[in-house]
Structures are given as C-alpha cells and as structure tokens.
Design a protein around this ligand. Structure first.
Ligand SMILES: [Zn+2]
Length: 659
C-alpha cells in the first residue's frame, strides 16, 4: 500500500487558529481557520494549515482575522489641524480657519508630517487602505508608501489659488505630473480631485475627468455635502449637483464621491449607472451639521457605498471602528428601523464594498486567494468583548461593530508586510511624530493668536482686502425736506452729471476696542424708474482705523480697507464675533454734480431703519491729492448751503451713531 504523501507549499506567513472573517461575497467565516501569505499575496484561506510550510507561523487563538479597514474618504495631512477650530458652521470653519491656515502653513514637509501622523493613527486602528485628497499629494503618496499603507492619493484642483498652485491650470498640471510618475505603484493609486462643485467651475470638472480618462485613474471629489450647495446649484445651473457634474462628463471617469448627503433617488441611480462609488462620512456630516446621507436607499439601489472618516479637522479622528458603528446606529435612528444597516453590512461597507467604491475592489477588501494580504488581527478576548456566543455565526459581526474598539487591533499587515505587531508600530516612530506635531501646533497657535487680535488681520486672512487711502471731503447735514434739495439741484450753477436711486442696507459691526475700527457690510439694491430692483451689490469696508483725520466738520483724510463681500452677513458675524451691531436701512438718491469746476457726490438719504423721520444730506468728494482736497474743502461748505442746509444743521456724527 502506497503511503499518502502530502506536498507542502512554501509561504512566508501562516496565520493559524484564527476566527477568520473573509468578508467575501458569500461572507464566508472560518471559526478556526488559517491564512497562508506569500509575498504580497494571500495564497489560501480556510482549513489549509497542513498544506503550507511557512517561514513564520502566527498563532491567532482568541483573535479575529479580517480584512484591513478601508477609509474611503479622508484628508490625511489635515491630521496636523485636528482640534484647531470646532463647533463652527462649514463656511466659517473652511473659509475662516482651514483655508487661511493652510495658505500659511501647507508645504510639502507639513503634508509629509501630517500624513505620517495620520498613517500611525490609521495603522493603530486597523486601517490598511485609504482614499485621500489634498495639496502636494506627492508628499502624501511618499509618506503613505513609506508607512506601508495602500492609498488612492488625489491631487486637489480648485478655482482659487491654493497652497500648491496659483491657478487651476497649475493645479491640473501638477495632477498630471503626479499621476504620470506614480501610476503603476504597488501601493499608491494616483488620482485627480476636483474639490467640489462650489469650489470648481464646469471647465475644471471637465478637464479633471479628461485627465483621469487619459491615464485611466479615478476621480475623487465632494458632492452634495450641504443643502446650501444643492440650493446654489439649482439657482445657478437650474439642476441639483449630480446631473450638473454629469453634464460636465465627470462620469466618463471612475468617480469616488464623498458625502452625497443631499441626493434624491434619481441622483443615486445616476451614480450607480455611472459605476461611481460613494463615501459615507457620518461623523463629519453630523459634526458640521450637514445632515445624514440616505444610506439605506443607496444600499437598496446597489451603489458601492464605503465609509470614510473625512479629515480629522472635521471628525476629529481616523477611527474606522467608531465610524462603522456610527454608520450602523445612525441608519437605524434616522429610519426608525432597527433592522436597517445590520452589523455585517456595515462591516462590508468598511472593507470589501469600500474597496469597490475606491475602485480597488479587485485587489483588496476581502481575504481571498489572489488578493493582496491586507489584514488585521483583532483581540476579541478583552473584557468589553466578553462573552461570545456561538449559536449565531453572525454574532461575530455584531461583536466587532457594536462592542470592539480600535485599540483591540493587535497586528496589521498590508501588502504582505507587517505594519504593527503586538501593538507596536513597525514603520513609524510615534514619539518623534508626537513631538514634531506639537511643534507645528505651537506655530499655528502663534499665527492665529496674532490674527485674532486684529479685525484687519482677520479681514486679510479671508482674502481680498485692499487698502484705500484717500483724501475725502465730506459734510453731513439734517435737512427738513427733500424738495428743497431737489429744487436746488435744478439751479443753474449746479450741473447734474448722472443720478441713481437705490436702497442701501448696512450692517455695522462694532468692537470693544475702538482702535479696531468698525466693519460695515453693505448691500445696495439699485432701483429703476418704477422702483423695481435692477441690481444687487455687496461689499465689506473696515473704517475708523487710527489714520483718519477730521478737520472741523469736514473729513479730510481716511484710510479704509475694502473687500468684496462674498459671504453672508451671518458668516461675518460668526467669523468676526463683534461685541455690538447695528442695522441701518436707507433709501438713497445719489447725484454726481459739477459745481465751480469740481465734482461732488450728493446723497439724499431717507432713513428707514431706524426711522428718524427726516432726511440727511451728504456731500462728498474723494481725491488722491491733499492739495485738491484742501481746494474742495472750501467749495463744499458753500455747496451744502446752496443745497438748502444751514450751518446749524450740519452734523458731525454718523447715522450709525444716531440714537
Ligand atoms: Zn472631505
């Protein structure tokens, strides 16, 4: 009788006695199984122990072995900005804090350090694959690859100047260069990231999609994060966000769309038809008050729906265990249905389906022969995991989602390489990262403390403030009736060059320290002959800084800072935090007149709020020469009298200070 000889295959690692969750399509579980790993690949999974002769055998008794978690949307370098500004509205948070600080600090070394810090945290909490979007994305790719993690790294393109590009063309060229050099890397998939519909033009979306198609790489973007974004899209383009980006041919490329909080069923279908993946970011959406994505609907319609933490500046961590739990709980809470998004499905979103959403489902996301060895070993013997029941094989999913913590992760392997063993990081030095991060925080603090001291600095930080220094002659007077002024304007010594009629809404912000000046948000609504609104214009002015000089009742010199008001008064209120504010509304008629060889503006204002019952006359002229101003100062007093205001009606104070 011939003896049965079983040949053993050589491999690098053999993980034995493990509770293996393969997370494959059939959700195969091996209550006591093994995994053979050779090189970067998984060779076999199941009762295969005896078939392999491994270089190293790892006994996983009492432990779960499962695929590494997939963080489908983050901004790794922003980990250096964790806790910088919280409990703010999205626009104030982004435009008021993140973007100004990024403009000042984000350089390749900042990006590299932030990414290393993020990678250390991700490895500790069991993540082996992440989708990133940031500036200097090459530094993200380098740091992630050195840390040994798998990542889709997308270079940001937007319509404003950014820390790494002065224009969108620059950013696009940077993306092209990055993609060309990193395509084919064993851990990194380079990609392009048109940031969001509210920060990109149609042309940017089109160019990014073309670039992605040319190199066959994915596009990573933010879509429909807030209801405001959707309203804006409807107003400007007459359609919600998803059809609009579709019109720009975005879906010619393979898309990973973060958020999709405010999408309707038709839009979800469009995303599915396009083969796009969605990254659900429950913590970030809750923290920024954006809402809750319709995940139950998305899953029902069969979209590849992954889970992401978003950047740590809006989360504030990269813990996928927490994110999966929240996703499952939130779906139940919102739908009122405890059977919605069961633990097994939630865990699939954080592994296999997340990898599909990132367009790398063929190589990672589940433990199957041929796939890369991206896996984690979880200690399920910790007190908070005890006891365990064997009756229902699915109970292991519930245990991992509802009871386990990221700190239960003991070992992490990515691409066949150990990144953490017995809770010790192999590829990164935690203490070094901690010290370097504290140093960056000190520098950012100094920058913000300096900025917060000055209203002007804060105005400059949000962009576009230009100083205007001028000599201005200006007189204000109370007048009893409008008719007298109008009649005087028809007199032959005064020539009316042009006139306009509008409604002016001013919001003044005052600060305890008068040396800060006062900030005025002005909105003009021009009225046509029939008193219909013909044009709306808004701007922001900071006045009252120290170099402003009055000469009797004539204001002679002033310096002011002007900025286009691109945000709402609400934004400025939350950003500048004034101690006091006042709203002034007036009906203004404005004439440009010629008088004794000089030109002046004549304003006739009727105060609507506060209603003082009277009219105010304001005559002014601005010039850039002191000499000219002095000449006009003599004429202006005469002009004011000719317009019917007596000397005793002249007021020194501004409307704003009226009681
Ligand atoms: Zn994001």
């Amino acid at each position: 009788m011939e003896e049965h000889v079983r040949m053993q295959t050589a491999c690098d690692f053999l993980l034995t006695n493990a509770h293996v969750l393969t997370m494959d399509d059939a959700f195969t579980v091996h209550a006591s199984g093994a995994i053979a790993i050779d090189g970067a690949e998984i060779r076999a999974v199941g009762s295969i122990e005896s078939q392999f002769a491994a270089r190293e055998i790892v006994d996983c008794k009492g432990r779960v072995v499962m695929p590494g978690l997939v963080n489908a949307h983050t901004h790794a370098p922003m980990t250096l900005l964790r806790g910088l500004a919280d409990d703010l509205r999205l626009d104030v948070w982004l435009m008021g804090y993140m973007i100004p600080v990024e403009r000042e600090f984000v350089r390749p070394d900042f990006v590299a350090l932030g990414t290393k810090l993020a990678c250390a945290e991700m490895i500790r909490s069991g993540t082996t694959c992440f989708a990133d979007m940031y500036y200097f994305e090459e530094s993200v790719a380098e740091a992630a690859a050195a840390a040994g993690l798998r990542a889709m790294c997308a270079q940001t393109v937007l319509r404003f100047p950014s820390p790494d590009a002065t224009s969108y063309e620059d950013a696009l060229a940077r993306a092209r260069d990055f993609i060309a050099r990193w395509k084919g890397h064993e851990l990194i998939v380079p990609a392009v990231a048109p940031h969001a519909p509210y920060t990109c033009t149609a042309e940017i979306f089109r160019s990014c999609a073309e670039l992605a198609c040319e190199f066959d790489v994915p596009v990573h973007t933010h879509l429909s994060e807030t209801s405001l974004e959707v309203e804006q899209s409807r107003r400007e383009h007459g359609m919600p966000v998803v059809p609009w980006v579709k019109k720009q041919r975005l879906f010619d490329a393979r898309v990973l769309a973060a958020h999709c909080v405010h999408v309707d069923e038709g839009e979800i279908r469009t995303l599915r038809e396009a083969g796009a993946g969605i990254a659900h970011n429950p913590t970030s959406n809750l923290k920024l008050g954006s809402g809750v994505a319709p995940v139950v609907k998305m899953l029902e319609l069969g979209v590849a729906l992954g889970i992401g933490t978003d950047g740590t500046a809006s989360n504030n961590d990269l813990d996928m265990f927490e994110e999966v739990r929240l996703a499952a709980l939130l779906a139940k809470g919102i739908s009122g249905d405890p059977t919605a998004l069961p633990a097994r499905q939630a865990l699939a979103m954080a592994t296999r389906i997340g990898a599909q959403a990132m367009h790398c489902g063929s190589i990672t996301g589940s433990l199957e022969p041929g796939k890369r060895a991206d896996l984690i070993v979880v200690d399920v013997d910790q007190l908070h995991n005890v006891p365990r029941f064997a009756r229902d094989p699915h109970s292991v999913y519930a245990q991992l989602v509802y009871a386990a913590k990221s700190s239960d992760v003991v070992d992490v392997m990515c691409n066949g390489r150990w990144l953490m063993r017995d809770r010790r990081l192999v590829t990164l030095d935690e203490n070094e990262l901690r010290l370097a991060a504290l140093d960056v925080a000190r520098r950012v603090d100094r920058f913000l403390v300096h900025r917060e001291q000055s209203v002007l600095q804060k105005l400059i930080a949000i962009g576009g403030a230009t100083e205007e220094e001028s000599f201005e002659v200006q007189i204000k007077a109370r007048v009893a009736s409008a008719e007298l002024v109008m009649e005087a304007l028809t007199g032959e010594e005064i020539t009316v060059i042009r006139s306009v009629h509008y409604r002016q809404y001013d919001t003044y912000f005052f600060f305890d320290d008068p040396g800060q000046g006062r900030l005025r948000y002005r909105e003009d609504t021009a009225l046509d002959e029939q008193n219909r609104v013909s044009n709306v214009r808004s701007r922001l002015t900071l006045t009252g800084l120290s170099h402003e000089a009055a000469f009797g009742s004539v204001l002679l010199f002033r310096s002011r800072f002007l900025a286009p008001a691109t945000h709402s008064p609400r934004f400025y209120r939350e950003y500048f935090k004034p101690q006091r504010e006042r709203e002034i509304e007036k009906d203004r008629r404005r004439w440009l007149v010629g008088y004794r060889g000089a030109q002046f503006y004549v304003h006739l204002d009727r105060l609507l709020k506060p209603d003082s019952g009277g009219y105010f006359l304001e005559v002014k002229s601005r010039t850039w020469s002191r000499r000219d101003a002095q000449d006009k100062a003599a004429i202006i007093v005469e002009l004011v009298e000719r317009l019917g205001a007596r000397g005793d009606q002249i007021v020194a104070e501004d409307y704003v200070e009226l009681k």
